[in-house]
Design a protein around this ligand. Sequence first.
Ligand SMILES: [Zn+2]
Length: 278
Amino acid sequence: MELGDAALGSIQAGADQQARREELMRRIASGEFHRVIEWVGPGKMIIARCVDGRSPDKEVPMFLPNAAGGTESLFVADDLTTKRYAADDASTLSGYQHLLEGLAKEGYSIGGHTDTHADGDKSGCGANDKLAVIYDYIKKHAGDLQVVAAKLGVIISDADRDSIAANASTRTQFSEGRELLDALKTAGGIVDVLVGEHKEVVAVINTRQNTTLDRNVLADEFGNNYQAFNVDVWAFEDAARAISLEAAEVRQKVAAMVFYNLATTMVLAGPKMRVIVL
Ligand SMILES: [Zn+2]
């Protein structure tokens, strides 16, 4: 499917990315570019890398599951639900710091990224730098996101939808992306430096347990003009469980992560962005 008019962003296939787009999608859909994650640490495996399609400046020795912003997906899951780490009256920075400390104490991996041209208040991660716009999207389009999620096989209840939208509305203090990035570095997170421009032509929803997209091999095969967003949705439940105390909370946090990841795609990508479920 294509994202269509619900998408507000600009990342999508351009005229110079038509020649091999169908081939790329077919080969990604075959699972050719997804690898089993053989994580040996440091830290317990959990979502800690971003969905961004660009490759890091150095080869990634081991993979970790992908979601918007890396560990930031866990912060948003908390902020839009039970707020064990975040609080309405505090900045996103203090909530994020609290979450990073909590995860590190429990022995989980934490991570995110910057890029080679981020400057000023920017981190170089759209899921982070555009957090206020993404929350606004969730607030205004919660019903649409619920429908898209259902099409992708994730059923979110009306009660969870309304509660997530309400929590998106009450958040008023957003720290700069750079502040969150600095907090991640201070906490000892894995911070990839991604190179070049966005060239994503497809967003992959990956349901295959313990696998993720190998961007290095994809780039070896297709060059830098073709990239793919990759969301490891299979990893959402473990991530939600790591920051929850009860089953109902896990369900809500999975729903919030789905909303955040879809809304991030809608904010960053354009109407012609394709979506495939692997
Ligand atoms: Zn990112």
